[in-house]
Design a protein around this ligand. Structure first.
Ligand SMILES: Cc1cc2nc3c(=O)[nH]c(=O)nc-3n(C[C@H](O)[C@H](O)[C@H](O)COP(=O)(O)OP(=O)(O)OC[C@H]3O[C@@H](n4cnc5c(N)ncnc54)[C@H](O)[C@@H]3O)c2cc1C
Length: 349
């Protein structure tokens, strides 16, 4: 994989949408889409550099100082810095502005204390971008700060969470006076909410018009598994596959129309919410269609020893999570009802 990443980097295709002055290829959404399509047609993955490329990169490009951009962005492309997202807490998930993790200014540093949860890739990341509260007297959204915190040798404890499938993709992260440089605060103290909004927007928009390529590879994989069996003669199995394929087409069409809006200069808008809602709910349903199509065999783990899941089982489990991160489906439906349908605002407790 490392060799593949190096090859793609040599072509200048890592972090393809970033501006060239920070090491990207400066490609627009349509060009990135074509790149995605070419990789998908060749049946090979387009390497993405995790949260560094997809989340903190766009936040830095939009909000960081010139010095921070030139210092931090190349380190992501050169694989020196791997980030995890330190947002969610036991009492702050959908209501993210309720975070209680504290940041106290101490000369040139911020001292961070508190607990994060569901932090993907925390066990391997060497940095976390953390949303913390630096002013407890300010209004809910105003006292928040977005800061980059080193994960190693820094009073940071990472506790992996064991999942039902045996893996540990997420962690609890405990900060006990961890030190972050003031130079790594993005957009200044108390301005963390706007940086966070950019980050969440990037997470929602991730892969506009590209998701279906990835879904189509999964579909072909399932079809390949069934090709030599008699299951394709089964009317019910064919129904399941046709439904999964239809969902992929729906995701493709919606992604294309959202990308067209953006190319025409339109704002992301609540339509972006519909896209996130539709692709994640559709992918969850695809997982069920695949398992039904494969039949009893799909209830066994591919490898009893290592807990390795088959691709179709993975789709099912990932699909569940996809309807939660980057804005849970219930929250997306609230946004759609309020901003697109003009229904009364939900009552907050
Ligand atoms: C696969 C995966 C990866 C993740 N990775 C990360 C990560 O790397 N970093 C990170 O910081 N977080 C991560 N998360 C956490 C994720 O952001 C939160 O789970 C998400 O924001 C929901 O918060 P919560 O779990 O606290 O649930 P809650 O917000 O407590 O919600 C519980 C339930 O109530 C519903 N609900 C909440 N508010 C409303 C409302 N106003 N109206 C109607 N229904 C409502 C929700 O939809 C949900 O069904 C990840 C989650 C998943 C599933």
């Amino acid at each position: 994989m490392q060799k593949w990443v190096d090859l793609v980097r040599d072509r200048g295709w890592l972090c393809a949408s970033w501006p060239p002055e920070y090491g990207g290829a400066g490609l627009g959404p349509l060009e990135v889409n074509i790149l995605d399509e070419q990789f998908a047609l060749a049946g090979v993955p387009r390497p993405m550099l995790g949260f560094g490329e997809s989340l903190v990169g766009p936040a830095l490009i939009a909000h960081a100082s010139e010095e921070q951009k030139r210092r931090l962005l190349p380190r992501i492309i050169n694989l020196q810095d791997f980030y995890c997202q330190g947002f969610s807490e036991p009492g702050a998930g959908s209501d993210l502005a309720s975070v209680r993790t504290k940041g106290v200014v101490d000369g040139d540093v911020l001292r961070i204390s508190g607990q994060k949860i569901w932090t993907s890739e925390a066990a391997t990341a060497n940095w976390s971008f953390v949303l913390c509260r630096t002013d407890f007297s300010a209004s809910k959204h105003a006292g928040l700060t977005f800061v980059l915190v080193p994960m190693t040798d820094n009073n940071v404890e990472v506790r992996p969470i064991r999942q039902i499938d045996g893996r540990s993709d997420y962690c609890e992260v405990y900060f006990d006076g961890a030190v972050a440089e003031m130079a790594d605060v993005i957009d200044g103290l108390g301005n963390g909410w706007q940086v966070t909004m950019t980050t969440l927007g990037a997470e929602r928009a991730m892969g506009y018009a590209s998701r279906h390529f990835e879904f189509m590879l999964e579909f072909r994989d399932v079809l390949g598994q069934l090709a030599e069996t008699e299951r394709l003669d089964d009317r019910l199995v064919r129904q399941e596959l046709a439904q999964a394929y239809t969902l992929i087409e729906v995701v493709r069409s919606m992604g294309m129309s959202q990308m067209t809006r953006l190319l025409q200069g339109g704002p992301e808008g609540p339509e972006g919410t519909i896209y996130k809602y539709v692709w994640s709910e559709s992918h969850r349903r695809m997982g069920r269609h695949y398992l039904n199509a494969i039949g009893a065999r799909s209830t066994f783990r591919a490898d009893e020893e290592s807990y390795t899941l088959s691709a179709a089982q993975d789709t099912l489990f990932l699909g569940e999570g996809e309807t939660i991160y980057a804005g849970a489906s219930e929250v997306q439906r609230n946004i759609i009802s309020e901003r697109l349908l003009g229904l009364p605002k939900e009552r907050k407790a």
